[in-house]
Every structure is written in C-alpha cells, then in structure tokens.
Write a protein of this length. Structure first.
Length: 205
C-alpha cells in the first residue's frame, strides 16, 4: 500500500501517504472501522505525538485525539504552552478496533499483527517529517518506537534515541489516566503526564 513519494514538500508527501492509507486493507481492522484515521498537524513539526489507535469519536470524525482522551491531551498541552497547531499528532494503528456492546463500541487493544501491519505508515510519516522529538503516548506506541522490551512504568519520562528522532520519550496514554478510578492516583498520573510534556515543550526545538 505504500506509495512511491514524489514532490518536494513534506506536506505533499504526507498527503500522498494519507490518500494511500485511506484504502489500506493491510489487516482486518479496516472492515468494521468507519475510516482510516491518519495523522494530522504541522507537516514540518519538530515534535510528534504518537498514540495507540483512534477511539470511537476519532473513528466517526476521522481525526486523531478529538474524543475524551484528546480533551485531556489538549488541556495538558495548553498548560505547558504547547500549541497543537505546531505539532503533528498520529497513532501507531490507524483504524479503530472495538467490540460492539449494546449501543457503545468498546475500545479493544490492537494485536501485535495489527500494530506490525500498520507500522510502515507510522514509519513513513516520521521519515517524511523528521522531527527532533517524538513523544509516545502509552505502551503500544512506545514499543513500536523503542522496541518490544520497553516498559512504560519503569522508563516513563526518560529520553531515548530512536531511529526516527534525536529524542524519543514515552509517557502515559491520556485514556489510561482517564480510566483510573481513584481520584488521587488519577491526579498523580496527570501531573506526571504534564511534567513529561513540559519537558518536551522545553526541549523539542
Ligand atoms: N486514543 C488514541 O490513542 N488515539 C486517538 O486518536 C484517540 C484516543
């Protein structure tokens, strides 16, 4: 499905990737999902955020991080002075995987083969953009970028080198924060998440 990229601007190249990904059938997730949710944002971003996969609203509307997780992300980005327009935001997997339960569709973690099938899209996005820093949101993106042995709870907030950027860091996934039932724990995680994004905000240029 990967196209031969032509033209010189990163914007043009990302548009070619987006078009090709819109008809990707590289794994079975394209069937039940509404659409491919490709990355969005600044084609020349110095900082790229990578999530896991689109959620319910992202699937319906076609853009990453616009549901509840996106709202939390936006609040924290704003609190550390990061402008979403300056960044590029994408996911490790571009289709929503879910289990229908009544009228709600419940997020299901993507399988290793689905993450592997989608990996060329993420790698192509990063090859085109060449950011100085990548922040992985959650373990799925962290393992894609930093290797399968990466342990989020041990290595969260640490800066690594990766194939795609001078600095790569992993932090909590905003959905993981939202799911924590204990208010105090949730608040502690949110503060750690904000601290990691604050570090990114101070170093990504
Ligand atoms: N969670 C993600 O990982 N990505 C999205 O785009 C939305 C929710």
């Amino acid at each position: 499905y990967l196209p031969e990229l032509s033209g010189s601007s990163t914007d043009a190249k990302l548009k070619q990737l987006r078009r090709a990904a819109s008809v990707c059938e590289g794994c079975d997730l394209h069937g039940p999902a509404t659409q491919t949710v490709f990355g969005v944002g600044n084609p020349n971003a110095k900082l790229v955020l990578v999530g896991e996969q689109p959620g319910d609203q992202e699937d319906l509307l076609g853009s990453p991080f616009i549901g509840p997780a996106g709202q939390l992300l936006d609040e924290v980005l704003q609190s550390v002075g990061l402008d979403r327009e300056e960044l590029y935001i994408t996911n490790a997997v571009k289709h929503f995987k879910f289990k229908p339960t009544g009228k709600r569709r419940l997020h299901v973690k993507p399988a290793a083969r689905e993450v592997a099938a989608c990996r060329p899209w993420l790698e192509s996005e990063l090859d085109v953009i060449r950011p100085s820093m990548i922040v992985a949101l959650g373990a799925t993106a962290a393992k894609v970028l930093l290797g399968p042995a990466f342990r989020l709870l041990v290595e969260r907030g640490q800066v690594h080198r990766s194939d795609h950027a001078k600095w790569t860091m992993a932090t909590y996934h905003p959905s993981a924060i939202l799911r924590v039932p204990n208010e105090e724990t949730r608040q502690t995680m949110r503060e750690a998440f904000a601290k990691d994004l604050q570090f990114a905000a101070e170093h990504y240029r």
